[in-house]
Write a protein that binds this ligand. Sequence first.
Ligand code: NAP
Length: 308
Amino acid sequence: MVRNIIIIGSGPAGLTAAIYASRAYLKPLVIEGPQPGGQLTITTDVENYPGFPDGIMGPQLIMDMKRQAERLGTEFVMGNVTSVNLSKRPFVISVEENDKRYEAMALIIASGASARLLDLESEKKLMGKGVSACATCDGFFFKEQDVMVVGGGDTALEEAIFLTRFAKKVTVIHRRDKLRATKILQDKAFKNEKIDFIWNSVVEDILGVEEEKVTGIRLRNVKTSQTIEKSCDGVFIAIGHSPNTKLFKGQIELDDKGYIITMNGTKTSVPGVFAAGDVQDHLYKQAVTAAGTGCMAAIDAERFLEGI
Ligand code: NAP
């Protein structure tokens, strides 16, 4: 069976594309991916998505979007896409978990982005043993403990603020002396008595490999080159995200950071393939912009299908 549209990814971009494609009677199939619902499922309060004057929890927002897409006729399959063939239409998308190949005349890629890590040997060895990239997933395990958060963006401050619910003390390590995060989050973090900052510092190593649990962190001041060791029980890495585009390398044009290049809306270098959300956006990366480009991708795909 050749479908009209397959959507890879089930964050706000993929789900909005699904809502629009369903309302155009295109019966889209969404392949949910390794993190169904995407990054909103690992956040807490979302205060900047329009329509929710009192804010909404990220997982709730995603559940509502999914229910809306389902009600309108979207089909969902769980599973990871393992390969795609975009060399001719119909495009072929293989999904490992259910050992299936799906075919479609148009494809919307909304595979999002994943948390970046520091690339230290100790970080790999201590992942899940005190090192984490998700405070909402793991914060609970750090009750009354000392934790570090690495990064200076919105994610780092959101994680730091969230961790104060559990931890005794939260220290944010940032490589500059100015935060990248939005002012409202900066204000909240500066006002929080449990949060401290260490500026101009990078993580040289995470300590505790022999003990098989995090015992501390070694930092280097980038201005003075001085190194210090600080004891702690947990290290949360919040240094940004990389686009999930490995599957598409060599088949569609990517920029030098690996993001899908889109033109004239959401078109990619392959006719019939469209991209939406964080997989093609290194600038805004917001839930609302992801949803907006998801809507654009569905409209672009619908027009493409009308023309073939
Ligand atoms: P980000 O804005 O790219 O910030 C990454 C932070 O990590 C920066 O402060 C950066 O330092 C630091 N960093 C990067 N590589 C590093 C390394 N190797 N070692 C040490 N530090 C490193 O990423 P993000 O905070 O994940 O946010 C991504 C996007 O999502 C943003 O557009 C943000 O607005 C959005 N977001 C929004 C919300 C919200 O609105 N509620 C919540 C979360 C995320 P420099 O500052 O020196 O570059």
